[in-house]
Design a protein around this ligand. Structure first.
Ligand code: PBG
Length: 330
């Protein structure tokens, strides 16, 4: 055995011995205000509809959304981000920028209920609103047309801001989306509304359960032609970040979280804006499913994964466990 010259003077275990010592020296802390709760709201449903692949997550009705958002505020959660499921979908995602669209109505509900108790944000994309399930307008050949989609995103963002959204979060991975949305918001009198850009978003298998929750699985093909390749060059992530910042992003996001902690750390090290990480539906479902089988300790796994995301550099964490964790922290 190699002799350790520092032993017995050096004993790292000394600071691990009791819970109070461990708490005092903790280098990574979570706070409820750093958590953002993603919520689904569906048009024309009588009450909350369970999402099979995400036990504990529901598609809300307008009423149940108000109740749950109130609980989030009470728990001290920093914000909510809304996803809408419209009653009618079409090829251009018309419900996305309809002033009476489900997201716009829900935003207005929450703003009038909650005032400034938490931040009401909106995901800005088209996939929940299109009948084909892709994140943009299609060409006749079935490709997503980047520039035609930008006009739609701009219009959706303005509709969301008019309804009262306090942060616009474009998630569609079109080139130039942040700049197009910034210009549209400024032109419509919303220069003060920040953009949280999903800058680094991988074409991930971990979005599987979300596509049930938001009813937005693509009817053909997949999203690999616009979302990043998990095996793509690391520099691509940093380039996406730099472009979004140049276009006016106020904060940036890395998504998913757990499989991309290395990327998250590299982003954190080079930007001076807040960095968010999205603990996505598949990350949630894996823990819930394993815990339901008695294979892992659910509560510890949740906290450990969130601490890891924080330690890798996230200022904000989007997590479906936000209310539960916020309560546990306070
Ligand atoms: C796109 C969007 C998706 C998610 C958030 N915004 C789906 C996708 O890109 O396919 C996934 C979130 C999750 O899995 O929890 N509007």
């Amino acid at each position: 055995m190699m002799p350790n010259a520092e032993f017995p003077v050096a004993r790292p275990r000394r600071l691990r011995r009791t819970a109070s010592l461990r708490r005092m020296v903790a280098g990574t802390r979570l706070h409820p205000a750093d958590l953002v709760l993603p919520m689904f709201v569906k048009e024309d449903v009588p009450g909350p509809q369970p999402v099979g692949s995400m036990p504990g997550v529901v598609q809300h009705s307008r009423d149940s959304l108000r109740k749950a958002a109130h609980e989030a505020a009470e728990a001290g959660v920093g914000g909510v981000i809304l996803f809408g499921i419209p009653a009618v979908k079409d090829d251009r995602g018309s419900a996305g920028d309809d002033p009476e669209g489900i997201v716009q109505l829900a935003v207005a509900d929450l703003r009038s209920d909650l005032g400034d108790a938490l931040v009401v944000m909106t995901d800005t994309c088209l996939d929940e609103f299109t009948d084909h399930g892709h994140c943009g307008i299609l060409t006749p050949e079935g490709e997503v047309d980047n520039d035609a989609t930008l006009e739609r995103y701009a219009s959706v963002a303005v509709a969301q801001a008019r309804a009262g959204s306090q942060v616009i979060a474009p998630s569609g991975m079109m080139d130039g989306q942040v700049g197009a949305i910034r210009a549209a918001l400024d032109g419509a009198g919303f220069a003060q509304i920040p953009i949280l850009a999903y800058s680094v978003k991988y074409a991930s298998a971990f979005y599987g359960p979300f596509r049930d929750a938001a009813e937005c699985a693509p009817k053909f093909g997949d999203r690999s032609a616009y979302q990043q390749d998990p095996a793509g060059p690391v520099g691509e992530a940093l380039r996406e970040i730099a472009l979004d910042l140049a276009e006016g992003a106020d904060a940036v996001m890395v998504k998913p979280a757990l499989a991309y902690l290395d990327i998250l750390r590299q982003v954190r090290d080079v930007v001076d804006v807040p960095v968010a990480a999205y603990q996505v539906s598949g990350e949630y479902a894996m823990v819930e499913a394993a815990a339901a089988n008695g294979w892992i300790d659910r509560d510890r796994a949740i906290m450990e994964s969130l601490v890891a995301i924080r330690r890798a550099g996230a200022d904000l964490i989007l997590t479906y466990w936000a209310i539960e964790v916020a309560r546990r922290l306070s």
